[in-house]
Design a protein. Sequence first.
Length: 173
Amino acid sequence: MSENKALLVIDMLKDFVEENSVLEVPFARKIIPNIKNKINWAKAKNIPVIYVCDSHRRNDEEFVIWPSHALEGTSGAMVIDEIAPQEGDFLVRKRRYSAFLGTDLEILLKELNIKTLFITGILTNICVFFTAAEASMRGYEVIVYSDSVASTSKEDHRFALDQMKRVLKIKVV
């Protein structure tokens, strides 16, 4: 492993990225090449790639807020084919916005001796934001790639990046 760093790929799932999917994020398709480049860079540097994926049960309380999506065991909960996990990659399933809440992400990061997280994926203002915020508050150095995260609107995207940078002092590049 290289320099105690890891790349997170957050929620690049079929139910969010594919056209006409249940919670389609059209801007997500535009960042696929950038994320693919970041994955290739990480692998070349021997930096672990960790896929963080929504995976909900059928009666999840989140469905009061959002339509049913990323149901565990369905194709909609799978990472899109263009950047699907490969042998040696890690997968963390989550049921809430933060990748830390109720998951084994922190255990994995400790086992890998990770100190720095590079963050990509969706949604800038929801799952990326809450994961980055919590990582920062837990003492990780956090770098968010602005060209490799997306939201449902440019305004939400810009606002979240600004909040991460100004309020949380997260490095946005």
